[in-house]
Design a protein around this ligand. Structure first.
Ligand code: AMP
Ligand code: ZN
Length: 111
């Protein structure tokens, strides 16, 4: 499949990994919008929030727990979690990803 984030998951493309387990991988955003900007993705190819199915509910919870682990490990006192959904929602890459953003009080994510 021609999906950049599947390629990162399969290590066919390099990335700066900050967390990995059997279902999830997290890596640094290549074009950070804040001092800390990580992407947390399921290894399973789910195109967007609109494609999540009921059998994915545990995985979705685990994505949030992965964010919590990374934030703790990196000593983040506060952070934002952002998910863009669909082109009109600012989604460019059609593989579900959570943005973990921190390091600037007034971080605003551009459309
Ligand atoms: P979104 O607009 O929510 O789809 O976000 C896609 C994000 O992926 C953007 O913040 C990009 O900077 C980031 N990105 C694109 N290609 C890569 C890559 N190869 N490695 C890491 N981050 C990437
Ligand atoms: Zn994918």
């Amino acid at each position: 499949m021609d999906c950049i984030f599947c390629k990162i998951t399969n290590k066919e493309m390099p990335s700066d990994v900050v967390y990995e387990d059997n279902k999830i991988i997290a890596f640094k955003d290549i074009n950070p919008k804040a001092p800390v900007h990580f992407l947390i993705i399921p290894k399973k190819h789910i195109p967007s929030v609109n494609h999540i199915e009921i059998q994915d509910k545990t995985l979705i919870g685990e994505l949030i727990l992965a964010v919590q682990k990374i934030a703790k490990e990196k000593g983040l006192k506060g952070y934002k979690i952002l998910i863009n959904v669909g082109r009109e929602g600012g989604q460019i890459i059609d593989h579900l990803h959570l943005h973990l953003i921190a390091g600037s009080k007034n971080t605003k994510i551009q459309e």
